[in-house]
Design a protein around this ligand. Structure first.
Ligand code: NAD
Length: 427
């Protein structure tokens, strides 16, 4: 509870660090912290979730379970949510009785450092939370250390597969949230204003560098006619430095990332896609060296690289579909399963989508359907590796192991009872 209070008190310092190092806008950086703070809030109520079970399995014999911590755990974080993702693991690992080593992204470790200091000020004993910095060698040392019992990883596919394999070799429990390609289906009966605004916020917010960003819009039937209006609205977004008033999205994380994103946009051109809004070579006055990529919209098909690969930038790929069934077939054929959304005014359409779509987090008229932390993260397919997902009930399961005790205390052996002189008939 004290950590919750301190995080709220120092939200400006944490958000400022995120804007400076990561580049997202100040308002969005506050959202980054808020979504992590919600995990802290949920963890304050953890005792009732840690209750064990007891049952009398035979006369005078009880079996009871207790949840025990694993010991030393580790958390390896990506660059895109410098506060939220460390806070997915810090409260859960510690409230369940473990110690935790956090390796923040080497690209923006500042927020994790402030959070660690606030944990210390909140009274966390020395050694319970430890921050280590570095890149691959640091990660490998975590994977190989025999005393580390579990790793929570969030990041890209390549690092995630490596960490999963290497960590498992030394018997560790590993949960790994990986890449994504999130589709939003826009039905012709959708509330157009809500659907377009939701698409825009979810595709271009944080410069598209969210694992739950909508990166593909599947426009069904007549909603394909909304593309010109979508483009007009997107043109109004302001790309600027995160502290500048009115900025809607900031730069991407690095020059390498900018080059990769622009390369994927170019690949669409080469493969016959139509770039209806081109953000390559975007300039922002006063910041000539920024890693700017302007909002980009590409009309494409499912066989193109820009559709198949995670772009992780402010790029929305638009795919046409004739029917809801066609849209479902496109989404279900995609290897990722992090998030998806449908925009419709029909309960029946929403119901069919929700039941048939093979994606772990579904939004109905909600573009970024990340559940609050009393639930668990539920991305699936190639977006998750491991068995037990992040936070919520699963988070408790991930960071604990059960011990069962079966005890026999015969009531007849109680001291001070009277001797029986009758012939015994049972034991
Ligand atoms: P990244 O994989 O490059 O880095 C993540 C972490 O792994 C960092 O701490 C980094 O130091 C380490 N790392 C990087 N390469 C490594 C390697 N070869 N071996 C060992 N460790 C390595 O990811 P990123 O660029 O920081 O983050 C973006 C990615 O994260 C995107 O793919 C995005 O979809 C994903 N992501 C997923 C979720 C989710 O919940 N599914 C959430 C946020 C981000």
């Amino acid at each position: 509870m004290e950590l919750q209070h301190l995080l709220r008190k120092h939200e400006d310092a944490i958000a400022s660090s995120i804007v400076l190092e990561q580049g997202k806008t100040y308002a969005d950086a506050k959202g980054d912290l808020l979504r992590g703070l919600q995990v802290v809030e949920t963890a304050t109520g953890i005792p009732s979730a840690l209750l064990g079970n007891t049952i009398e399995v035979s006369k005078d014999m009880d079996t009871s379970t207790r949840r025990l911590p694993l010991g030393v755990c580790a958390s390896i974080a990506p660059f895109n949510f410098p506060a939220m993702i460390p806070l997915w693991t810090i409260p859960m690992a510690i409230a369940t009785g473990n110690t935790l080593i956090v390796k923040p992204s080497e690209r923006d470790p500042g927020a994790a450092m402030i959070i660690a200091e606030l944990c210390q000020r909140a009274g966390l004993p020395a050694g319970v939370l430890n921050i280590v910095h570095g890149t691959v060698p640091t990660v490998n040392a975590i994977c190989d250390h025999p005393k580390i019992k579990a790793i929570s990883f969030v990041g890209g596919d390549r690092a995630g597969h490596h960490i999963y394999e290497r960590g498992r070799k030394t018997g560790k429990r590993v949960q790994a949230n990986l890449g994504a390609k999130n589709h939003a289906v826009v039905m012709p009966d959708a509330n157009k204003n809500h659907a377009l605004n939701s698409l825009i916020g979810a595709a271009f917010g944080a410069a598209g560098q969210r694992c739950m960003a909508i990166s593909v819009a599947v426009l069904v039937g007549n909603s394909q006619q909304w593309i010109p209006e979508l483009v007009e609205r997107v043109k109004k977004l302001k790309v600027n430095q995160g502290f500048e008033g009115g900025a809607d999205l900031g730069p991407v994380i690095s020059t390498a990332s900018k080059a990769r994103i622009e390369g994927l946009i170019a690949s669409a051109e080469e493969q016959g896609g139509k770039i209806v809004l081109d953000g390559r070579g975007h300039q922002v006055p006063g910041y000539p060296n920024g890693n700017w990529v302007g909002p980009t919209i590409i009309e494409a098909t499912a066989d193109m690289r820009c559709y198949k690969e995670e772009i992780f930038g402010p790029v929305l790929v638009v795919i046409p579909a004739d029917t809801l069934d066609d849209a479902l077939a496109i989404i279900n054929a995609n290897k990722y399963g992090n998030g998806t959304a449908i925009f419709t005014q029909s309960g029946a359409t929403a119901r069919k989508f929700e039941v048939e779509v093979e994606v772990g987090q579904v939004g109905i008229n909600v573009p970024i359907p990340v559940p609050l932390p009393m639930f668990s993260w539920s991305g699936n397919k190639a977006s998750f590796l491991g068995d037990i997902p992040f936070y919520g009930r699963s988070g408790i399961d991930f960071y604990t192991q059960n011990k069962t005790t079966t005890a026999l205390w015969k009531a007849e052996d109680a001291i001070g009872n009277e001797a029986s002189v009758d012939m015994p008939t049972h034991h």
